[in-house]
Design a protein around this ligand. Structure first.
Ligand SMILES: *Cc1c(COP(=O)(O)O)cnc(C)c1O
Length: 393
């Protein structure tokens, strides 16, 4: 019904189902199960549940379904499955599609837990993993073959903000019959181009921009109806990674404001990058669509905006970097991003601590690297905060 409407309208109305009471704000259905009028009705539902017919909370729930339909519409996919966290979505999508003997080609610059799922879990189950430099199209061309089953990547990598030529990777993967799974946390659902570039599945940690206020963990797998109600739902409903209905409800309400929030945060992130670029105490400032980013043209060709996170390298390594972080007055030190509160993270000692030093170096996770997530505060206060903290070094 809302399919032809523009994204901002879909974010407010998409997927809405009203109960017999005609409530304005979506209802939260905190129920584990559902009642059947007769034994025959229960039997029929287990054979094939119709539209808006539910069986058990682990399989689906009306509030969850509203959220799935709303976000699927915004990401441009037919359907979606709501998961307990971003990692439940990433691991669910991969484990649902793969079996022993299959091959995955993935970009090397991945979120730490995604790397763990590939290198420790999938490898243990006999899936062959090949990691490539995601920014190098020739590396993808060489690694993907007819033996490849799934290609996995982060469209914009966390924390170094590398940009992948998604259309190219999808074309190569599809030419060899492989499915493309994109982890789209950094791109944000508002600026996602996964569907447009041909990705078969788009996985998003909704903990990030969808919640946007540091409260709930959640994740979504979006894809064609055949994939979602086929292997994805079958895997998720039997392994127990479904989203809690209360989270789905907070996410539904949060989608109503996500476009306004993300645009404001992205605007601030770009302003911060502009204010910091060329600062004498910094080696490099990175924001995907900013001129100083080596792949800014590709980033701009793929999306009108580079997300809500920037990264910069503080001269003087860990000691100088910690002095800078400890001197921040408005920006908080934490390890999440996409919160209304601006957050500074030191990836080398927190989110990516477990990686060996040589791997950190390969990925550009230097001792001076700071990942800065722009919040909803006034941009001038944030710029002033960063500049005064740099003076302390
Ligand atoms: C945060 C994040 C995840 C994991 O999401 P959770 O909701 O914390 O489980 C996965 N991939 C990327 C790129 C992320 O940033």
């Amino acid at each position: 019904m809302t399919k032809d409407l523009k994204p901002r309208t879909q974010l407010v109305h998409g997927g809405t189902r009203r109960s017999q009471f005609g409530e304005v704000s979506e209802a939260v259905f905190l129920t584990q199960g559902f009642v059947y009028d007769t034994a025959e009705a229960a039997e029929a539902r287990f054979v094939k549940a119709g539209e808006d017919e539910f069986i058990y909370g682990r399989y689906g729930n009306p509030t969850m379904r509203m959220f799935e339909d709303r976000i699927a519409g915004v990401l441009g996919y037919e359907d979606a499955f709501a998961c307990a966290s971003g990692m439940a979505a990433v691991s669910g999508a991969l484990l649902a599609l793969l079996k022993a003997g299959d091959q995955v080609v993935a970009s090397r610059a991945l979120f730490g837990s995604c790397l763990y799922v590939l290198e420790e879990i999938l490898a243990r189950y006999g899936v062959e993993i090949t990691l490539v430099d995601g920014t190098d199209n020739a590396a993808w061309d060489a690694a993907i073959s007819d033996d490849t089953d799934v290609v996995f990547l982060e469209s914009i990598s966390n924390p170094t903000l590398e940009v992948i030529d998604l259309k190219h990777v999808c074309q190569v993967a599809h030419a060899h019959g492989a499915l493309v799974v994109v982890d789209d946390a950094m791109t944000t659902p508002v600026f996602s181009y996964a569907r447009k570039c041909g990705a078969d599945l788009c996985v998003v940690s909704t903990t990030k921009h969808v919640d946007g206020q540091g409260r709930m963990l959640g994740g979504i797998i979006a894809a064609s109806r055949d994939l979602i109600r086929g292997p994805i739902e079958a895997y998720m409903k039997h392994t127990g990674g479904a989203m809690n209905p209360f989270t789905a409800w907070t996410h539904l309400k949060a989608l109503e404001t996500i476009d306004l929030r993300v645009r404001a945060q992205a605007d601030t992130a770009l302003k911060l990058a502009e204010a910091l670029n060329g600062h004498p105490k910094l080696n490099a400032v990175r924001y995907p669509t900013h001129d100083a980013h080596p792949q800014c043209e590709l980033a701009r060709a793929q999306a009108s905006c580079g997300g809500t996170v920037l990264a910069f390298d503080v001269k003087g390594g860990k000691q100088a970097c910690f002095a800078f972080l400890n001197a921040l007055k408005v920006i908080i030190i934490s390890n999440n991003f996409a919160d209304a509160k601006s957050i500074a993270t030191h990836p080398a000692t927190t989110t990516h601590q477990r990686l060996p030093d040589d791997q950190k170096a390969t990925l550009g996770i230097t001792p001076g690297l700071v990942r800065l997530s722009a919040g909803l505060e006034d941009a001038e206060d944030l710029i002033e905060d960063v500049l005064q903290a740099l003076e302390v070094i």
